[in-house]
Design a protein around this ligand. Structure first.
Ligand SMILES: *Cc1c(COP(=O)(O)O)cnc(C)c1O
Length: 360
């Protein structure tokens, strides 16, 4: 069997070690005589799995004790509604920075529940940069400021956080969670769908400062109230058991690797290989201003739709799959999440060099 190098933006590659462990434990987990998929979520074996997953995530992300970790369903997209339903209840106003489609979707959902305001945007240049802001750009009475930390489609990332003063910062970290250390204490709430850097689709991780829980709007459905899940240890109803188990294996993999400091070093080295090539290439070029480049999603173009399509097709035949850019931007995008080995990027760059020579 030949595994391909999968550059998909999500769902995306999982560490081979995680897949192998899951395969080995597929028919029988421990001495239970059953798969994790078949277990009661109320069993002591499963309780140990979810508790350990939370403990490991807290350890690798250094999550302070005054934050809750919730394992929810509905993807990051459900958080676009849960955040306003639960937090937009003081002044009823919230500020959003629009850095791409996901940020915009979050803003539009927020606008359904209160006064959402665009505090800054990079729509003027196809979201190829992160807008600079200062504290004066934000409503000091807003209930929160929302950002999308890493913009999966456009390949930008907030390398510096906006200064929001006392207003809680809420961030969608779906495509950069666990890619490098993050100072959780700087945020009121962090959320991430699992299918980019953690596990298969199906679990959404929410990290929320506890004082922000319990203020939801009256109309909030029980299942969309953070308090419901906080009070029940993410077990109000059946959690996405198997996905949480895989997430736990990924957390262990990161721990073994040396944690997020080490992960960051690997990711920086990996991304540099690709960015250095893009900066020196006569055919390919990156689409993002250098200071705002993402470590995880690297969009690039040749300038010709025809050559782009030819490249994507030839790359696929050579074992480099899912390099087609998002339908809204075109060109190519290499998503190089944690599980993409450095060798995958080295081999991709070799292939790009060869393509450049052949198509000069
Ligand atoms: C993929 C992605 C989403 C959407 O996630 P779902 O789990 O499909 O709802 C939202 N935000 C960002 C930044 C993403 O990368």
């Amino acid at each position: 069997m030949a595994r391909v190098y999968n550059f998909s933006a999500g769902p995306s590659m999982l560490p081979e070690e995680v897949l192998k462990t899951a395969a080995a434990e597929m028919l029988e987990y421990g001495e239970t005589g059953q798969s994790v998929m078949e277990m009661s979520h109320r069993s002591k074996e499963y309780e140990a799995i979810i508790k350990q997953a939370e403990a490991d995530l807290r350890e690798i992300m250094k999550i302070p004790d005054n934050y809750d970790v919730l394992f929810l369903q509905g993807g990051a997209s459900t958080q676009f509604a849960m955040v306003p339903l639960n937090l937009m209840t003081g002044s009823g106003r919230a500020d959003y920075i629009i850095t791409g489609q996901w940020a915009n979707k979050a803003y539009k959902e927020g606008a359904r529940y209160g006064k959402a305001r665009i505090a800054a945007s990079s729509a003027d240049k196809t979201y190829s940069y992160i807008p600079k802001t200062s504290r004066a750009d934000f409503d000091p009475e807003a209930d929160y400021v929302h950002i999308c930390m890493n913009n999966t489609i456009y390949g930008t990332k907030f390398h510096n956080l906006p200064d929001t003063g006392d207003v809680p910062l809420v961030a969608d970290i779906s495509s950069c969670i666990l890619s490098e250390p993050i100072d959780v204490a700087k945020f009121g709430l962090l959320y991430a769908g699992a299918q980019k850097n953690v596990a298969p689709a199906g679990v959404t991780i929410v990290i929320i400062r506890r004082d922000l829980i319990g203020k939801a709007m009256e109309i909030t459905p029980t299942m969309l109230n953070y308090a419901t899940h906080s009070e029940n240890g993410s077990m109000f109803n059946t959690p996405p058991c198997y996905t949480i188990y895989i997430a736990g294996l990924t957390f262990k993999w990161i721990k073994k690797l040396g944690g997020l400091e080490e992960m960051k070093k690997i990711n920086e080295k990996k991304a540099k290989i690709l960015y250095d090539f893009l900066d020196s290439s006569k055919l390919f070029k990156g689409t993002v201003v250098p200071e705002d480049r993402s470590l995880m999603n690297v969009p690039f173009v040749t300038g010709s739709d025809e050559l782009d399509a030819k490249f994507v097709a030839e790359a696929k035949s050579a074992g480099f799959v899912n390099l087609k850019g998002h339908r809204s931007v075109g060109g190519m995008r290499a998503s190089i999440y944690n599980a993409m080995p450095t060798e995958g990027v080295v081999r991709l760059v070799e292939f790009m060099k060869k393509f450049e020579e052949e198509n000069a």
